[in-house]
Design a protein around this ligand. Structure first.
Ligand code: HEC
Length: 455
Protein backbone atom coordinates (compact mmCIF):
# COMPACT_ATOMS: atom_id res chain seq x y z
CA UNK A 1 0.00 0.00 0.00
CA UNK A 2 0.97 3.65 -0.54
CA UNK A 3 3.81 2.61 -2.80
CA UNK A 4 3.65 5.80 -4.76
CA UNK A 5 5.22 9.24 -4.49
CA UNK A 6 2.88 12.12 -3.77
CA UNK A 7 1.35 14.14 -6.56
CA UNK A 8 -0.03 17.47 -5.48
CA UNK A 9 -2.32 19.69 -7.51
CA UNK A 10 -2.31 23.07 -5.79
CA UNK A 11 -5.33 25.40 -5.73
CA UNK A 12 -7.79 23.49 -7.94
CA UNK A 13 -7.10 20.14 -6.29
CA UNK A 14 -7.40 16.61 -7.65
CA UNK A 15 -11.14 16.48 -8.06
CA UNK A 16 -11.42 19.55 -10.28
CA UNK A 17 -8.36 18.63 -12.31
CA UNK A 18 -9.90 15.27 -13.10
CA UNK A 19 -13.37 16.69 -13.64
CA UNK A 20 -12.20 19.15 -16.31
CA UNK A 21 -10.65 16.44 -18.37
CA UNK A 22 -13.21 13.72 -17.79
CA UNK A 23 -16.28 15.85 -18.44
CA UNK A 24 -14.89 17.20 -21.72
CA UNK A 25 -14.13 13.60 -22.61
CA UNK A 26 -17.69 12.53 -21.84
CA UNK A 27 -19.14 15.33 -24.02
CA UNK A 28 -17.10 14.11 -26.97
CA UNK A 29 -17.12 10.34 -26.44
CA UNK A 30 -20.86 10.20 -25.83
CA UNK A 31 -21.83 12.82 -28.41
CA UNK A 32 -19.34 12.73 -31.27
CA UNK A 33 -18.34 9.04 -31.03
CA UNK A 34 -20.95 6.68 -29.55
CA UNK A 35 -24.13 8.66 -30.13
CA UNK A 36 -22.75 10.43 -33.21
CA UNK A 37 -21.87 7.20 -34.99
CA UNK A 38 -25.34 5.74 -34.41
CA UNK A 39 -27.21 8.91 -35.38
CA UNK A 40 -25.15 9.53 -38.52
CA UNK A 41 -25.25 5.91 -39.66
CA UNK A 42 -29.05 6.17 -39.39
CA UNK A 43 -28.99 9.45 -41.35
CA UNK A 44 -26.92 7.83 -44.07
CA UNK A 45 -29.24 4.84 -44.19
CA UNK A 46 -32.24 7.07 -44.84
CA UNK A 47 -30.32 9.26 -47.30
CA UNK A 48 -29.60 6.11 -49.32
CA UNK A 49 -33.18 4.94 -49.01
CA UNK A 50 -34.62 8.28 -50.20
CA UNK A 51 -31.75 8.85 -52.64
CA UNK A 52 -31.42 12.30 -51.07
CA UNK A 53 -28.06 13.78 -52.10
CA UNK A 54 -28.38 16.89 -50.01
CA UNK A 55 -29.16 14.97 -46.84
CA UNK A 56 -26.23 12.66 -47.52
CA UNK A 57 -23.95 15.69 -47.97
CA UNK A 58 -25.22 17.22 -44.71
CA UNK A 59 -24.58 13.99 -42.81
CA UNK A 60 -21.03 14.08 -44.17
CA UNK A 61 -20.54 17.65 -42.97
CA UNK A 62 -21.74 16.75 -39.49
CA UNK A 63 -19.48 13.69 -39.49
CA UNK A 64 -16.59 15.98 -40.42
CA UNK A 65 -17.20 18.00 -37.22
CA UNK A 66 -17.65 14.89 -35.07
CA UNK A 67 -14.55 13.36 -36.65
CA UNK A 68 -12.34 16.33 -35.72
CA UNK A 69 -13.76 16.39 -32.20
CA UNK A 70 -13.45 12.65 -31.66
CA UNK A 71 -9.92 12.25 -33.01
CA UNK A 72 -8.44 15.45 -31.58
CA UNK A 73 -10.24 16.37 -28.36
CA UNK A 74 -11.77 12.95 -27.60
CA UNK A 75 -8.61 10.92 -27.98
CA UNK A 76 -6.50 13.53 -26.19
CA UNK A 77 -8.78 13.76 -23.16
CA UNK A 78 -9.10 9.97 -23.16
CA UNK A 79 -5.35 9.67 -22.73
CA UNK A 80 -5.60 12.50 -20.22
CA UNK A 81 -7.89 10.32 -18.10
CA UNK A 82 -5.25 7.58 -18.01
CA UNK A 83 -2.57 10.07 -16.99
CA UNK A 84 -4.78 11.63 -14.34
CA UNK A 85 -6.03 8.44 -12.73
CA UNK A 86 -2.48 7.15 -12.54
CA UNK A 87 -1.07 10.18 -10.77
CA UNK A 88 -4.17 10.95 -8.69
CA UNK A 89 -5.13 7.53 -7.43
CA UNK A 90 -2.68 4.83 -8.50
CA UNK A 91 -3.98 2.37 -5.90
CA UNK A 92 -7.48 2.54 -7.32
CA UNK A 93 -6.51 2.20 -10.96
CA UNK A 94 -4.21 -0.66 -9.96
CA UNK A 95 -7.12 -2.46 -8.32
CA UNK A 96 -9.36 -1.90 -11.34
CA UNK A 97 -6.69 -3.09 -13.75
CA UNK A 98 -6.26 -6.31 -11.81
CA UNK A 99 -9.99 -7.01 -11.86
CA UNK A 100 -10.66 -5.84 -15.42
CA UNK A 101 -7.39 -6.59 -17.18
CA UNK A 102 -8.71 -8.79 -20.01
CA UNK A 103 -11.87 -6.80 -20.43
CA UNK A 104 -9.83 -3.64 -20.81
CA UNK A 105 -7.53 -5.45 -23.20
CA UNK A 106 -10.52 -6.36 -25.37
CA UNK A 107 -11.78 -2.79 -25.09
CA UNK A 108 -8.45 -1.49 -26.33
CA UNK A 109 -8.59 -3.79 -29.38
CA UNK A 110 -12.18 -2.76 -30.10
CA UNK A 111 -11.24 0.91 -29.69
CA UNK A 112 -8.61 0.48 -32.40
CA UNK A 113 -11.17 -1.20 -34.65
CA UNK A 114 -13.47 1.73 -33.95
CA UNK A 115 -10.80 4.22 -35.01
CA UNK A 116 -10.00 2.29 -38.21
CA UNK A 117 -13.65 2.20 -39.23
CA UNK A 118 -14.16 5.86 -38.35
CA UNK A 119 -11.26 6.81 -40.61
CA UNK A 120 -12.37 4.43 -43.35
CA UNK A 121 -15.97 5.64 -43.26
CA UNK A 122 -15.10 9.31 -43.14
CA UNK A 123 -12.27 9.33 -45.68
CA UNK A 124 -14.14 7.30 -48.31
CA UNK A 125 -17.51 9.05 -48.05
CA UNK A 126 -16.92 11.09 -51.24
CA UNK A 127 -15.55 8.05 -53.06
CA UNK A 128 -18.94 6.31 -52.95
CA UNK A 129 -21.52 8.81 -54.19
CA UNK A 130 -25.20 8.12 -53.70
CA UNK A 131 -26.68 5.86 -56.31
CA UNK A 132 -23.48 3.85 -56.89
CA UNK A 133 -23.45 0.21 -55.78
CA UNK A 134 -20.53 0.83 -53.42
CA UNK A 135 -22.66 3.12 -51.25
CA UNK A 136 -24.27 0.24 -49.41
CA UNK A 137 -20.86 -1.16 -48.60
CA UNK A 138 -19.87 2.30 -47.40
CA UNK A 139 -22.87 2.41 -45.07
CA UNK A 140 -21.66 -0.85 -43.53
CA UNK A 141 -18.41 0.86 -42.57
CA UNK A 142 -20.44 3.40 -40.61
CA UNK A 143 -22.55 0.70 -39.01
CA UNK A 144 -19.40 -1.17 -37.93
CA UNK A 145 -17.99 2.03 -36.49
CA UNK A 146 -21.22 2.56 -34.55
CA UNK A 147 -21.28 -0.99 -33.17
CA UNK A 148 -17.62 -0.92 -32.12
CA UNK A 149 -17.86 2.48 -30.45
CA UNK A 150 -20.90 1.30 -28.52
CA UNK A 151 -18.97 -1.81 -27.48
CA UNK A 152 -16.12 0.24 -26.01
CA UNK A 153 -18.70 2.16 -23.98
CA UNK A 154 -20.28 -1.09 -22.82
CA UNK A 155 -16.99 -2.25 -21.29
CA UNK A 156 -16.07 1.08 -19.72
CA UNK A 157 -19.57 1.24 -18.25
CA UNK A 158 -19.04 -2.16 -16.63
CA UNK A 159 -15.96 -0.77 -14.88
CA UNK A 160 -17.74 2.42 -13.79
CA UNK A 161 -20.69 0.36 -12.61
CA UNK A 162 -18.36 -1.93 -10.68
CA UNK A 163 -16.90 1.05 -8.82
CA UNK A 164 -20.38 1.92 -7.56
CA UNK A 165 -21.78 -1.58 -7.08
CA UNK A 166 -19.02 -4.23 -6.83
CA UNK A 167 -21.79 -6.39 -5.40
CA UNK A 168 -21.14 -10.09 -5.54
CA UNK A 169 -17.45 -9.62 -6.30
CA UNK A 170 -16.98 -8.66 -2.65
CA UNK A 171 -19.03 -11.63 -1.52
CA UNK A 172 -17.13 -14.18 -3.59
CA UNK A 173 -14.10 -16.00 -2.23
CA UNK A 174 -12.44 -12.70 -1.89
CA UNK A 175 -9.61 -11.76 -2.12
CA UNK A 176 -8.21 -15.25 -2.67
CA UNK A 177 -10.46 -16.21 -5.57
CA UNK A 178 -12.58 -13.25 -6.57
CA UNK A 179 -15.45 -13.85 -8.95
CA UNK A 180 -14.50 -11.97 -12.09
CA UNK A 181 -17.82 -12.58 -13.78
CA UNK A 182 -19.56 -10.99 -10.82
CA UNK A 183 -17.37 -7.94 -11.26
CA UNK A 184 -18.40 -7.63 -14.90
CA UNK A 185 -22.08 -8.39 -14.37
CA UNK A 186 -22.37 -6.04 -11.42
CA UNK A 187 -25.90 -4.79 -10.62
CA UNK A 188 -25.58 -1.35 -12.18
CA UNK A 189 -23.91 -2.39 -15.46
CA UNK A 190 -27.00 -2.91 -17.65
CA UNK A 191 -29.07 -0.04 -16.32
CA UNK A 192 -26.15 2.40 -16.57
CA UNK A 193 -25.30 1.12 -20.03
CA UNK A 194 -28.89 1.68 -21.18
CA UNK A 195 -28.87 5.10 -19.58
CA UNK A 196 -25.62 6.14 -21.25
CA UNK A 197 -26.59 4.62 -24.60
CA UNK A 198 -29.81 6.61 -24.92
CA UNK A 199 -28.35 9.72 -23.38
CA UNK A 200 -25.55 9.53 -25.97
CA UNK A 201 -27.98 9.08 -28.82
CA UNK A 202 -30.14 11.95 -27.61
CA UNK A 203 -27.16 14.21 -27.03
CA UNK A 204 -25.70 13.42 -30.46
CA UNK A 205 -29.09 14.04 -32.08
CA UNK A 206 -29.29 17.39 -30.30
CA UNK A 207 -25.77 18.29 -31.44
CA UNK A 208 -26.68 17.25 -35.00
CA UNK A 209 -29.74 19.54 -34.86
CA UNK A 210 -27.52 22.43 -33.82
CA UNK A 211 -24.93 21.70 -36.52
CA UNK A 212 -27.74 21.45 -39.07
CA UNK A 213 -28.78 24.94 -38.03
CA UNK A 214 -25.29 26.17 -38.96
CA UNK A 215 -24.83 24.12 -42.13
CA UNK A 216 -28.18 24.80 -43.82
CA UNK A 217 -28.52 28.56 -43.77
CA UNK A 218 -29.19 28.62 -47.53
CA UNK A 219 -31.50 25.65 -47.78
CA UNK A 220 -34.63 25.88 -45.68
CA UNK A 221 -36.19 22.68 -46.99
CA UNK A 222 -33.12 20.66 -46.07
CA UNK A 223 -32.97 22.37 -42.70
CA UNK A 224 -36.55 21.45 -41.93
CA UNK A 225 -36.13 17.84 -43.03
CA UNK A 226 -32.85 17.31 -41.15
CA UNK A 227 -33.88 19.00 -37.92
CA UNK A 228 -37.10 16.99 -37.87
CA UNK A 229 -35.15 13.79 -38.56
CA UNK A 230 -32.64 14.34 -35.75
CA UNK A 231 -35.39 15.73 -33.52
CA UNK A 232 -37.36 12.49 -33.79
CA UNK A 233 -34.31 10.55 -32.65
CA UNK A 234 -33.97 12.94 -29.72
CA UNK A 235 -37.62 12.53 -28.67
CA UNK A 236 -37.40 8.73 -28.82
CA UNK A 237 -34.25 8.70 -26.70
CA UNK A 238 -35.54 10.93 -23.89
CA UNK A 239 -38.11 8.54 -22.33
CA UNK A 240 -35.68 5.63 -22.79
CA UNK A 241 -32.81 7.23 -20.95
CA UNK A 242 -35.16 8.41 -18.21
CA UNK A 243 -36.46 4.86 -17.81
CA UNK A 244 -32.97 3.36 -17.67
CA UNK A 245 -31.90 6.25 -15.45
CA UNK A 246 -34.55 5.33 -12.92
CA UNK A 247 -33.55 1.65 -13.01
CA UNK A 248 -29.91 2.73 -12.58
CA UNK A 249 -30.88 4.88 -9.58
CA UNK A 250 -32.59 1.94 -7.88
CA UNK A 251 -29.26 0.07 -7.93
CA UNK A 252 -27.39 2.69 -5.91
CA UNK A 253 -26.59 1.83 -2.28
CA UNK A 254 -28.86 3.69 0.13
CA UNK A 255 -25.94 5.70 1.56
CA UNK A 256 -25.18 6.91 -1.95
CA UNK A 257 -28.80 7.89 -2.56
CA UNK A 258 -28.65 9.92 0.64
CA UNK A 259 -25.82 11.98 -0.85
CA UNK A 260 -27.65 12.93 -4.03
CA UNK A 261 -28.64 16.40 -2.84
CA UNK A 262 -25.09 17.36 -1.82
CA UNK A 263 -23.71 15.84 -5.01
CA UNK A 264 -26.14 17.85 -7.12
CA UNK A 265 -25.16 21.19 -5.60
CA UNK A 266 -22.83 21.81 -2.65
CA UNK A 267 -23.04 21.00 1.04
CA UNK A 268 -24.20 24.48 1.99
CA UNK A 269 -26.77 24.76 -0.79
CA UNK A 270 -28.07 21.23 -0.15
CA UNK A 271 -29.47 22.31 3.20
CA UNK A 272 -32.23 23.87 1.13
CA UNK A 273 -33.99 20.79 -0.27
CA UNK A 274 -35.43 22.65 -3.26
CA UNK A 275 -32.13 23.78 -4.78
CA UNK A 276 -30.75 20.45 -6.05
CA UNK A 277 -34.04 19.79 -7.82
CA UNK A 278 -34.26 23.33 -9.12
CA UNK A 279 -30.81 23.20 -10.70
CA UNK A 280 -31.57 20.03 -12.63
CA UNK A 281 -35.07 21.03 -13.59
CA UNK A 282 -33.79 24.35 -14.93
CA UNK A 283 -31.11 22.59 -17.00
CA UNK A 284 -33.69 20.11 -18.32
CA UNK A 285 -36.10 22.94 -19.10
CA UNK A 286 -33.44 24.88 -21.02
CA UNK A 287 -32.58 21.80 -23.09
CA UNK A 288 -36.22 20.84 -23.68
CA UNK A 289 -37.33 24.33 -24.58
CA UNK A 290 -34.43 24.72 -27.02
CA UNK A 291 -35.23 21.32 -28.55
CA UNK A 292 -38.96 21.95 -28.86
CA UNK A 293 -38.56 25.43 -30.39
CA UNK A 294 -35.96 24.21 -32.87
CA UNK A 295 -38.12 21.23 -33.79
CA UNK A 296 -41.40 23.08 -34.20
CA UNK A 297 -39.96 26.02 -36.08
CA UNK A 298 -36.76 24.86 -37.78
CA UNK A 299 -36.79 27.56 -40.45
CA UNK A 300 -37.07 30.56 -38.15
CA UNK A 301 -35.51 29.43 -34.87
CA UNK A 302 -32.83 31.92 -33.75
CA UNK A 303 -29.31 30.96 -32.73
CA UNK A 304 -30.19 31.35 -29.05
CA UNK A 305 -32.54 28.37 -29.34
CA UNK A 306 -29.80 26.13 -30.75
CA UNK A 307 -27.39 27.27 -28.07
CA UNK A 308 -29.97 26.62 -25.33
CA UNK A 309 -30.34 23.03 -26.54
CA UNK A 310 -26.55 22.52 -26.48
CA UNK A 311 -25.97 24.17 -23.13
CA UNK A 312 -28.88 22.38 -21.45
CA UNK A 313 -27.67 18.96 -22.61
CA UNK A 314 -24.07 19.66 -21.61
CA UNK A 315 -25.17 20.93 -18.22
CA UNK A 316 -27.20 17.78 -17.58
CA UNK A 317 -24.37 15.49 -18.64
CA UNK A 318 -21.82 17.35 -16.49
CA UNK A 319 -24.24 17.32 -13.57
CA UNK A 320 -24.81 13.57 -13.95
CA UNK A 321 -21.07 12.87 -13.86
CA UNK A 322 -20.56 15.10 -10.84
CA UNK A 323 -23.36 13.46 -8.90
CA UNK A 324 -22.21 9.96 -9.83
CA UNK A 325 -18.67 10.70 -8.67
CA UNK A 326 -19.78 12.44 -5.49
CA UNK A 327 -22.34 9.98 -4.19
CA UNK A 328 -19.81 7.14 -4.34
CA UNK A 329 -17.90 8.85 -1.52
CA UNK A 330 -16.33 8.01 0.88
CA UNK A 331 -15.31 5.20 -1.46
CA UNK A 332 -13.63 5.07 -4.82
CA UNK A 333 -14.63 1.40 -5.15
CA UNK A 334 -17.71 0.97 -3.03
CA UNK A 335 -17.12 -0.96 0.18
CA UNK A 336 -13.62 -1.97 -0.96
CA UNK A 337 -11.40 1.09 -1.21
CA UNK A 338 -11.80 4.57 0.22
CA UNK A 339 -11.45 7.64 -1.98
CA UNK A 340 -7.94 8.16 -0.63
CA UNK A 341 -6.71 4.76 -1.77
CA UNK A 342 -6.93 3.06 1.65
CA UNK A 343 -8.44 -0.42 1.37
CA UNK A 344 -11.20 -1.01 3.87
CA UNK A 345 -9.75 -4.41 4.79
CA UNK A 346 -6.39 -2.84 5.68
CA UNK A 347 -7.80 -0.32 8.16
CA UNK A 348 -7.52 -2.49 11.33
CA UNK A 349 -3.88 -3.34 10.61
CA UNK A 350 -2.98 0.26 9.82
CA UNK A 351 -4.70 1.47 12.95
CA UNK A 352 -2.75 -1.04 14.99
CA UNK A 353 0.71 -0.78 13.38
CA UNK A 354 0.64 2.77 12.08
CA UNK A 355 -0.06 4.24 8.67
CA UNK A 356 3.35 5.85 8.13
CA UNK A 357 5.20 2.58 8.72
CA UNK A 358 3.59 1.09 5.65
CA UNK A 359 4.12 4.08 3.38
CA UNK A 360 7.00 3.32 1.06
CA UNK A 361 7.82 6.88 0.03
CA UNK A 362 7.78 8.33 3.54
CA UNK A 363 11.35 8.91 4.80
CA UNK A 364 12.43 6.58 7.62
CA UNK A 365 12.69 9.38 10.17
CA UNK A 366 8.94 10.02 9.83
CA UNK A 367 7.79 6.44 10.25
CA UNK A 368 7.46 6.87 13.99
CA UNK A 369 5.85 10.02 15.34
CA UNK A 370 7.96 11.88 17.92
CA UNK A 371 7.63 15.26 19.61
CA UNK A 372 10.11 16.80 17.16
CA UNK A 373 8.82 15.37 13.84
CA UNK A 374 5.13 15.65 14.72
CA UNK A 375 4.16 18.46 12.36
CA UNK A 376 6.13 17.12 9.40
CA UNK A 377 4.76 13.61 9.94
CA UNK A 378 1.29 15.14 10.13
CA UNK A 379 1.86 16.76 6.80
CA UNK A 380 2.76 13.39 5.27
CA UNK A 381 -0.48 11.98 6.66
CA UNK A 382 -2.44 14.89 5.22
CA UNK A 383 -0.85 14.27 1.83
CA UNK A 384 -1.70 10.60 1.84
CA UNK A 385 -5.22 10.74 3.29
CA UNK A 386 -6.77 14.16 2.76
CA UNK A 387 -5.16 15.71 -0.34
CA UNK A 388 -7.42 13.63 -2.59
CA UNK A 389 -10.30 15.97 -1.82
CA UNK A 390 -8.73 18.96 -0.07
CA UNK A 391 -6.13 21.54 -1.02
CA UNK A 392 -4.21 23.69 1.43
CA UNK A 393 -5.40 27.07 0.14
CA UNK A 394 -7.60 26.49 -2.89
CA UNK A 395 -10.74 24.44 -3.59
CA UNK A 396 -12.12 22.85 -0.40
CA UNK A 397 -9.14 24.38 1.43
CA UNK A 398 -8.26 22.46 4.57
CA UNK A 399 -6.84 25.66 6.01
CA UNK A 400 -10.32 27.23 5.96
CA UNK A 401 -12.01 24.05 7.19
CA UNK A 402 -10.02 24.14 10.44
CA UNK A 403 -9.86 27.90 10.87
CA UNK A 404 -10.35 29.01 14.48
CA UNK A 405 -10.12 25.45 15.74
CA UNK A 406 -7.37 24.65 18.21
CA UNK A 407 -5.28 21.50 18.00
CA UNK A 408 -7.49 19.71 20.48
CA UNK A 409 -10.68 20.42 18.54
CA UNK A 410 -9.03 19.30 15.32
CA UNK A 411 -7.78 16.11 16.99
CA UNK A 412 -11.29 15.38 18.15
CA UNK A 413 -12.84 16.09 14.70
CA UNK A 414 -10.31 13.79 13.00
CA UNK A 415 -11.77 10.98 15.07
CA UNK A 416 -15.18 11.44 13.46
CA UNK A 417 -14.55 12.36 9.84
CA UNK A 418 -16.92 9.66 8.64
CA UNK A 419 -19.73 10.82 10.91
CA UNK A 420 -23.31 11.43 9.81
CA UNK A 421 -22.54 15.14 9.35
CA UNK A 422 -19.83 14.35 6.79
CA UNK A 423 -20.47 10.76 5.63
CA UNK A 424 -18.66 11.48 2.36
CA UNK A 425 -15.25 11.57 4.13
CA UNK A 426 -13.33 8.36 4.80
CA UNK A 427 -12.40 7.79 8.44
CA UNK A 428 -8.90 8.73 9.51
CA UNK A 429 -6.61 5.70 9.45
CA UNK A 430 -3.63 5.35 11.78
CA UNK A 431 -2.53 5.22 15.40
CA UNK A 432 -3.50 7.71 18.06
CA UNK A 433 -0.05 9.32 17.83
CA UNK A 434 -0.54 9.75 14.08
CA UNK A 435 -3.93 11.33 14.65
CA UNK A 436 -2.22 13.77 17.01
CA UNK A 437 0.45 14.50 14.40
CA UNK A 438 -2.16 15.29 11.75
CA UNK A 439 -3.95 17.57 14.20
CA UNK A 440 -0.69 19.37 14.95
CA UNK A 441 0.00 19.90 11.26
CA UNK A 442 -3.51 21.17 10.51
CA UNK A 443 -3.38 23.50 13.51
CA UNK A 444 -0.05 24.86 12.28
CA UNK A 445 -1.64 25.96 8.99
CA UNK A 446 -3.41 28.83 10.68
CA UNK A 447 -0.91 29.20 13.50
CA UNK A 448 2.31 31.18 13.79
CA UNK A 449 4.36 28.32 12.33
CA UNK A 450 2.16 28.23 9.21
CA UNK A 451 4.67 29.77 6.87
CA UNK A 452 7.59 27.61 7.89
CA UNK A 453 5.71 24.35 7.45
CA UNK A 454 4.09 25.02 4.11
CA UNK A 455 7.35 25.83 2.33
C1 HEC B 1 -13.49 11.87 -0.23
C2 HEC B 1 -13.13 13.21 -0.10
C3 HEC B 1 -12.54 13.71 1.21
C4 HEC B 1 -11.45 13.21 1.89
C5 HEC B 1 -10.55 12.05 1.48
C6 HEC B 1 -11.29 14.05 3.03
N1 HEC B 1 -12.26 15.02 3.05
FE1 HEC B 1 -12.53 16.40 4.47
N2 HEC B 1 -14.15 17.12 3.49
C7 HEC B 1 -14.59 16.67 2.26
C8 HEC B 1 -15.71 17.47 1.86
C9 HEC B 1 -16.48 17.32 0.56
C10 HEC B 1 -15.96 18.39 2.90
C11 HEC B 1 -17.09 19.40 3.00
C12 HEC B 1 -16.74 20.69 2.37
C13 HEC B 1 -17.91 21.65 2.48
O1 HEC B 1 -18.44 21.81 3.58
O2 HEC B 1 -18.26 22.20 1.46
C14 HEC B 1 -14.95 18.14 3.92
C15 HEC B 1 -14.86 18.85 5.12
C16 HEC B 1 -13.86 18.68 6.05
C17 HEC B 1 -13.76 19.38 7.31
C18 HEC B 1 -14.75 20.38 7.82
C19 HEC B 1 -15.82 19.58 8.54
C20 HEC B 1 -16.95 20.40 9.09
O3 HEC B 1 -17.54 19.92 10.06
O4 HEC B 1 -17.25 21.45 8.52
C21 HEC B 1 -12.63 18.94 7.93
C22 HEC B 1 -12.11 19.35 9.27
C23 HEC B 1 -12.02 17.97 7.06
N3 HEC B 1 -12.78 17.83 5.93
C24 HEC B 1 -10.85 17.29 7.34
C25 HEC B 1 -10.35 16.25 6.59
C26 HEC B 1 -9.16 15.52 6.95
C27 HEC B 1 -8.28 15.81 8.13
C28 HEC B 1 -8.99 14.56 5.99
C29 HEC B 1 -7.91 13.52 5.90
C30 HEC B 1 -7.71 12.69 7.03
C31 HEC B 1 -10.09 14.69 5.05
N4 HEC B 1 -10.88 15.73 5.45
C32 HEC B 1 -10.30 13.87 3.95
C33 HEC B 1 -14.09 15.63 1.53
C34 HEC B 1 -13.02 14.85 1.94
Amino acid sequence: MFDYPIFDMPLIGHRLLFAFDAIIHVFISHGAAVGGSIVLALAQYFAIKDNDHKFDELAYKILFTFFILATAVGALTGIGIWVHVNIINPAAIGALLRVFFWKWFVEWIVFNIEMVFLLWWFLTWQKYPLGTPGKRFHFKLGATYAISSWFTMAIITAILGFMMTPGNWLKSEFPARPDYLASLFNPSWFPSLGFRTFFSIGWAAAAAMVLTWFFTKEDEALREKAIRFFGKILWVSVPLFLLFGYWYYTQFPQAAKDLFAIGAVTRNLASNPILPWMLNLVLAAIALLGGILLYTNPKKAPLAVAIALMVGCMGLLAEFERVREFVRKPYIIYGYMYANGVRVMDVPVLNRDGFLKRATFVPDELKTVTASNKVVAGRALYEMQCRYCHTINGVNAIKDRVKNWDEKAIYSRIGSLNSSATPFMPPFTGTDAERGALAAYLASLNGPAAHAVQH
